[in-house]
Design a protein around this ligand. Structure first.
Ligand code: BEZ
Length: 220
């Protein structure tokens, strides 16, 4: 899937329910589709535990979490022991969804010689379009602080014509998108106050690096 593509309306089964479809599942929320190789493996266990811990942070950002691996719904239920996970796990036993979304790791196989799912994160907006993705091999565990940072930055860019600089974290100043006219920067991002746009002096003398001080753009 490429950025901006609409996620297909897959029908799927999870540890909890059969015959769901992805578009209804998303509803008016964001969706983080989160693939992992298999339920009873050490790295996946650390990641799923971290996802349980951080689930309220995703909820606060209106992001539904939907995990997916190539295990069966029975295995997911066993792993889930008592249905206490704050998210559902898709049973993609035929690898249809993972294959179509490019979430397979060709280098890692299970005991039957079948490829495992990779460690992908796909963030879809309420419009069901792909806004961002991360793709790691099965052997490399993800950084959930970075995933939350990605959600924050992408949601911000979706709300206002801003961009976020290197190592930005929520609350830091943002940058006006380069294509935006100075008039729009002042009106739409600075609440009409030109002092809230600081142009960073550069050796080239060009005035493209415009930092927005404060968060007037969030009030719109
Ligand atoms: C794990 O989750 O521990 C794992 C899964 C596949 C390959 C390597 C590690």
């Amino acid at each position: 899937m490429k950025l901006g593509d609409t996620v297909p309306n897959f029908t799927f089964e999870t540890n909890l329910r059969k015959n769901q479809n992805l578009h209804s599942y998303i509803g008016d929320n964001w969706l983080m589709l989160f693939s992992h190789p298999a339920d009873f493996t050490p790295v996946c266990t650390t990641e799923l535990a971290e996802l349980v811990r951080l689930a309220p942070e995703f909820n606060r950002r209106h992001v539904e979490i939907l995990a997916i691996s190539i295990d069966s719904s029975e295995t997911h239920r066993f792993f889930n022991g008592g249905n206490n996970l704050p998210f559902e796990i898709i049973a993609d036993t035929d690898r249809k969804i993972c294959t179509e979304l490019g979430m397979i790791d060709p280098d890692e196989q299970n005991s039957q010689g079948m490829c495992l799912s990779a460690r992908a994160v796909m963030l879809f907006g309420p419009d069901r379009k792909l806004k961002s993705k991360i793709l790691y091999p099965a052997t490399f565990g993800r950084n959930f602080v970075e995933i939350l940072r990605m959600v924050d930055g992408v949601q911000l860019g979706n709300k206002a014509p801003v961009a976020t600089p290197v190592n930005w974290i929520s609350g830091d100043n943002v940058i006006a998108q380069p294509s935006l006219s100075q008039k729009r920067v002042i009106n739409e991002l600075c609440g009409g106050d030109p002092n809230k746009c600081k142009v960073v002096p550069l050796p080239s003398g060009k005035r493209y690096f415009r930092v927005i001080v404060g968060d007037a753009y969030l009030q719109n």
